[in-house]
Design a protein around this ligand. Structure first.
Ligand code: GDP
Length: 194
């Protein structure tokens, strides 16, 4: 897709009413620091439009980026901060659940995992949660430039095994540094929204 314009159009806090959109949405979920902002910036051809390196304690929001008046990228709050209070984690969990359950225009959910690491309990829960809400999670294995080319397939396999995902689950390795995987992710988004 040729990116003509991008606009952070809607920002939802924990008590916000989620918007009812007329455009299709694709959502991005993952552990904090997994590279979600870098991926979204890379897909949008922007250097630092989506916030990067969100800090623990920094305000968490659900951000809706409108791309070319065609599709919303919905940036879900990163999970997994050990330091966040349990009550805060629960509230955000409920907010993400509400989003997955009620967004009528949601066409697909991307779950980001660091290609170097086996899925954590939180990652596995998120994967199951997405499935439970009727979506087939598409996995993006981030930071692939940190591995040798020969290691990539082995790590993709470890992620598949760790998630207990079948061979029909799509896993796309991506690097925000080299942009490898970008075209495949965009092709997937276009097929989801067409
Ligand atoms: P977020 O918290 O999930 O939004 O993660 P960020 O996009 O802020 O990335 C966290 C850190 O990982 C930053 O220091 C990024 O520069 C780095 N990072 C993100 N993606 C990649 C990647 O594909 N390759 C490498 N080498 N570093 C990355």
């Amino acid at each position: 897709m040729v990116i003509k314009n991008v606009n952070l159009e809607i920002v939802c806090g924990i008590t916000s009413v989620l918007p009812t959109n007329i455009h299709p949405e694709v959502a991005f979920a993952g552990k904090s620091n997994v590279g979600k902002s870098s991926l979204i910036n890379g897909l949008m051809n922007r250097k630092a439009y989506a916030r990067t390196s969100s800090q623990p304690g920094k305000t968490q929001t659900i951000n809706y980026y409108m791309i070319n008046e065609d599709v919303y990228f919905v940036d879900l709050p990163g999970y997994g901060y050990a330091t966040a209070a349990v009550s805060v984690k629960e509230k955000w969990g409920k907010m993400i659940e509400k989003y997955l359950q009620t967004s009528e225009m949601l066409k697909g959910v991307f779950l980001l995992l660091d290609i170097r690491h086996d899925p954590s309990t939180n990652d596995k829960n998120m994967y199951e949660w997405i499935l439970h809400n009727g979506f087939k999670p598409i996995i993006i294995a981030t930071k692939m430039d940190k591995l040798n080319r020969s290691q990539v397939a082995k790590h993709v396999k470890a992620i598949r095994t760790g998630l207990n995902a079948g061979s029909d689950t799509i896993i796309i390795p991506y690097s925000a540094v080299t942009k490898q995987g970008r075209d495949e992710i965009w092709a997937t988004i276009e097929s989801l929204i067409s």
